[in-house]
Design a protein around this ligand. Structure first.
Ligand code: AMP
Length: 320
């Protein structure tokens, strides 16, 4: 299948790369790395990377604007369903490819390359480059490395396999990656976010069965001078708390007039529950968008019940 994707890349002169709304480092890294690799291999192609920008990720490269592409190939990365694709009308394209590591949601592409065991969309791009004549250089390798590091939470999630480590080791050796320098733009953050993280630690509510949750209103975000994307950047840091099995942040997003739900688990599978609430994602890292803070309590209750069932099933093996 990687060969078929390569053949399409080879055939089309205009290629558009898209990813999910509310991009994270893996979405940015995978699309940018693929764009760079295509241009490095085929100097004369026109390759555009679309979607709404985020000042946080400018170090990955510039986004492009494109209108009514003619005879173009669309490659959608890191996105399992149409409603989550950022800024694209599928009908504008002659051929569509999906490259994704989320559990399958719906088919929308001519070629769907999905591996939900893969650590990240960036690792899938690395596979594509490794298995086809697409070329790599240090800059592309750095982007792929950061995408993998970010989506595995520094190799702490169980989506990091022996294979992931082998591939990453090869990248570091071959392209002499200075990983300490690469981490700076990925992990540097304003003191206001650190202060907000402190606030969340002090104020996290914990239900009877181990759901940690916090509701972050617009006023609170203003008080800390952070935006609605900030809490999502720190949700992974609340792992490994004795009393917390599943944790969820509810953040008021005034710009999009909704509440961002960001949930993580170190036990129960949460993505199918979140898909009931206009969301989805990975088994242990899921998100959703809901209308108001009034809609949060049913999610907390459902997650609490899920934790209760999980503890009953796992029984004495449950460690906290
Ligand atoms: P986040 O908590 O925003 O980092 O998201 C965690 C995971 O859930 C990512 O894989 C997202 O793609 C997915 N996700 C987040 N929000 C939604 C949503 N509204 N619908 C479906 N999946 C989502």
């Amino acid at each position: 299948m990687l060969d078929d994707i390569y053949k399409l890349i080879e055939k089309f002169e205009v290629i558009v790369l898209a990813r999910h709304v509310g991009p994270d480092p893996d979405a940015m890294a995978s699309t940018m790395a693929l764009k760079d690799s295509i241009l490095y291999t085929f100097k004369d192609k026109k390759v555009y990377n679309v979607g709404s920008g985020s000042s946080r990720f400018t170090y990955f490269g510039k986004l492009d604007r494109i209108e009514n592409p003619k005879n173009a190939l669309l490659i959608v990365l890191d996105t399992p369903d149409i409603r989550r694709i950022d800024g694209i009308t599928l009908t504008d394209y002659e051929k569509i490819v999906k490259i994704d590591h989320h559990p399958f949601v719906e088919k929308f592409a001519d070629i769907e390359y999905i591996n939900d065991k893969s650590s990240s969309a960036s690792e899938l791009v690395l596979d594509l480059i490794n298995e086809t004549p697409l070329k790599m250089n240090e800059d592309i390798a750095s982007k792929i490395y950061l995408g993998i590091v970010s989506d595995t939470n520094r190799f702490m999630f169980n989506n990091s396999t022996g294979d992931t480590f082998k591939k990453v080791a090869k990248l570091i050796d071959e392209y002499k990656l200075e990983i300490d320098k690469l981490y700076i733009p990925l992990y540097l953050r304003p003191i206001n976010e650190v202060r907000l993280e402190g606030y969340i630690g002090l104020n996290l509510n914990i239900t009877k069965n181990g759901v940690g949750y916090i509701k972050l209103t617009k006023d609170l975000l203003e008080q800390f001078a952070v935006d609605a994307a900030s809490p999502g950047n720190m949700v992974n840091n609340f792992n490994y708390i004795n009393e917390v099995l599943v944790w969820v942040f509810f953040t008021e997003d005034v710009k999009n007039e909704n509440i961002r739900v960001s949930a993580r688990s170190r036990g129960p599978v949460i993505n199918s529950l979140l898909s009931k609430y206009n969301g989805g994602g990975h088994k242990y890292a899921s998100g959703a968008r809901i209308k108001t803070m009034d809609d949060t309590d049913p999610i907390i209750d459902d997650l609490d019940f899920l934790c209760k069932k999980y503890k009953e099933e796992v029984g004495e093996n449950f460690e906290n």
